[in-house]
Design a protein around this ligand. Sequence first.
Ligand code: NDP
Length: 223
Amino acid sequence: MADGTIFIFGASRGIGLGLVGEFLSRGWRVIASERTHSDGLHALACDHLSIVTADVTDPASYADLGLADGSLDAVLINAGISGAGHQSSDKATGEEVAHVMMTNAFGPAKAGRTLLPKIRDGGTLGFMSSIMGSIADSTGGYELYRASKAALNMLAKGLAEQDAKPRDIEVVALHPGWVQTDMGGQQAPLTVAQSVAGLANVIDDCGGGGFRYLDYNGRVLPF
Ligand code: NDP
């Protein structure tokens, strides 16, 4: 699709910022969110880019972004954190658990539900998950992050079955690969450019109902 419109939630840096540039280069119109002013995002300013302010943990911040119903081909909720504190279930505090779970799972699910009416029938709702949210693939470790992405996968599947199916909107949970970002670290094998080129192909091919858990090459991942 050369003239689609996508909303990317969490686009100030890293993979989200890379996706903004990738979709603009493909001729899409992009609405991108930042929490606070992002020089990188504003450097992409052009006719096809609108920038809004939103926090995925604060529903009031995205309740009215001025988007018309049915105006978007795709929404991608990319916002996520690894969690700066403890990861193990015996050490993580209630506040740490609440913060990571709200940012990575329940916040994105709530934002997805709120934004669903803005997606056209037959469009796509994507959530940036991780292979670390796969229960089948898990080798343990990083418990809080893994649990938050597994929860996101579950919430995305439920949203697909309960909310998106009647309008043939496809819901996808995406793994971007291990990517060189603030979160992924510079030892990661993939550049942002490599990851977002694949992700944009995958999103472009989505739509038409159902749920899938896919990596950036379109490979189906074990739930
Ligand atoms: P970065 O840490 O580089 O960027 C995270 C992005 O999420 C930033 O734009 C950040 O905004 C935004 N964000 C964080 N919290 C919030 C919030 N409360 N509201 C709105 N936006 C928020 O991470 P990556 O680019 O590497 O990761 C992007 C996504 O991909 C995440 O969901 C991550 O879990 C997932 N992922 C990444 C992998 C990797 O190897 N890098 C591997 C697997 C999954 P701000 O600048 O305001 O903090």
